[in-house]
Design a protein around this ligand. Structure first.
Ligand SMILES: [Zn+2]
Length: 431
């Protein structure tokens, strides 16, 4: 297949909506919502960890209702809370996961190789967090710029030698950078696309910031895996949209950035990394693996409403099974504690109604979370050492996407007969 086929192939995508998304309608194409995928009830913002002095105050809860657009099949939440409310003091520091750092290092090596990046190139990462990834470009002498809305994590990136501007990315920021001669040969965004409230402004910005023969790579959890793997805890307010390759192609093509390649990755329970380029750039051909994944999504029915129909009943059954396990364990006098305090854990615990009646406490490697409490459920967060003092019978792994790494790190709990519990796709005990 030639590069021209990418542009001219007889597939028509909906066009992007102009202006800010309107409540109750698709944030890409503006079609009104009519088809609900799942209702996870009311939940607090998953990153709003509480201090002890906040425990007696009211906590805002927002609906967690997921919709699928019948026109572009973008799965999404309404924007109940603005991005500014969520992301300006974000407690998540990417560098606290070893496997995520390895993932970043491998990506940097691969891109330098594949795109022939040099000291004359320019790399921009959107939502660059604490510089966990760009530091590897900087180490190789490749000019890099991070764009990160949370000032506290951006400060950590600067300390690592990663130049970072504190901004939300969109058309306006892209125009300023392009005017300053900063168009990029590589723009990347890992786990940010889901978090963009104004999707068309974001992807429109990519079009402006990308150099004529540049490449955009974007990683996000793959909707096919989220639905097939019953990963309902990937759904939280910070994630406004849930993409398939199909819906991502709709969005990017509408902004003149056709996707020409895709990689499937094991991260976050199954992600994809899409590669896009300017529609005007005929130098990159679409790959067989893109054609293959399109076919597999089509076969699963991802662009039909039927595909989304039984998700809610499977989610409810997973909740019943997890509660059944916990009730039985606690009734038998077993001690259960958590591991990790990820966003997904808060969806799981709030949806299932699991508080300190089931899980005594959780532990996390990030010192920023120690001494705080999980939102909604008020489960206290301690440093990992606490596990060894408490000697629990069960450790419930909340970031189950890292279960292999965590079970290795905590192999010592077996000394006292401790076992691991993984909640997704449904509760499983690992002796
Ligand atoms: Zn739509």
């Amino acid at each position: 297949m030639s590069a021209v086929d990418v542009i001219d192939r007889p597939r028509t995508w909906p066009s992007a909506m102009k202006g800010r998304p309107v409540s109750g309608s698709c944030r890409f194409c503006g079609t009104s919502f009519r088809h609900r995928v799942v209702d996870l009830g009311m939940s607090p913002l998953c990153e709003s960890f509480l201090r002890a002095d906040q425990l007696n105050q009211m906590e805002p809860f927002y609906p967690l209702h997921v919709w699928v657009c019948e026109r572009c099949f973008l799965v999404q939440l309404e924007e109940y809370v603005t991005g500014e409310e969520i992301f300006t003091d974000y407690a998540y520091f990417s560098s606290f996961s070893d496997s995520w750092l390895d993932h970043a290092r491998r990506y940097v090596d691969q891109m330098i190789d594949q795109l022939g990046l040099s000291t004359k190139s320019r790399v921009v990462e959107i939502a660059s967090n604490d510089g966990y990834l760009l530091q590897f470009f900087v180490q190789r002498g490749i000019p890099a710029l991070g764009i990160e809305p949370a000032a506290n994590v951006a400060k950590v990136a600067e300390a690592k030698g990663v130049p970072t501007i504190v901004e939300f990315f969109g058309v306006e920021t892209a125009r300023e950078l392009a005017a300053a001669g900063q168009r990029a040969d590589l723009i990347l965004g890992n786990n940010v696309l889901a978090q963009v409230p104004d999707l068309n402004d974001f992807v429109g910005g990519l079009k402006i910031l990308l150099a004529p023969s540049g490449v955009v790579t974007i990683e996000f959890p793959h909707l096919l895996r989220t639905i097939d793997g019953n990963q309902f805890d990937q759904i939280y307010h910070e994630h406004f949209s849930y993409f398939s390759l199909y819906s991502a192609e709709c969005v990017f093509a509408a902004h003149g950035l056709p996707i020409f390649d895709v990689e499937e990755l094991p991260t976050h329970g199954g992600s994809i990394r899409i590669y896009a380029r300017h529609a005007e750039d005929a130098s990159r051909e679409i790959t067989d693996r893109l054609i293959d994944l399109r076919a597999r999504e089509a076969e699963a029915g991802i662009s039909t409403l039927g595909y989304y129909e039984d998700f809610e009943s499977r989610v409810r059954e997973a909740k019943r099974k997890l509660l059944e396990f916990l009730i039985e364990a606690r009734r038998a006098g077993k001690r259960v504690v958590g591991y990790g305090a990820p966003g997904k854990g808060n969806t799981l615990l709030n949806y299932c109604g699991i508080r300190t009646d089931f899980v005594d406490f959780t532990v996390d490697r990030s010192p920023h979370k120690h001494g705080r409490f999980l939102p909604g459920t008020h489960i206290p967060i301690f440093p990992p050492e606490r596990l060894w003092d408490a000697r629990p019978d069960y450790v419930l792994i909340l970031p189950w996407n890292l279960k292999t790494e965590i079970m290795e790190q905590l192999a010592g709990i077996r000394e006292w007969g401790g076992q691991f519990v993984v909640p997704i796709p449904e509760v499983t005990v690992h002796p």
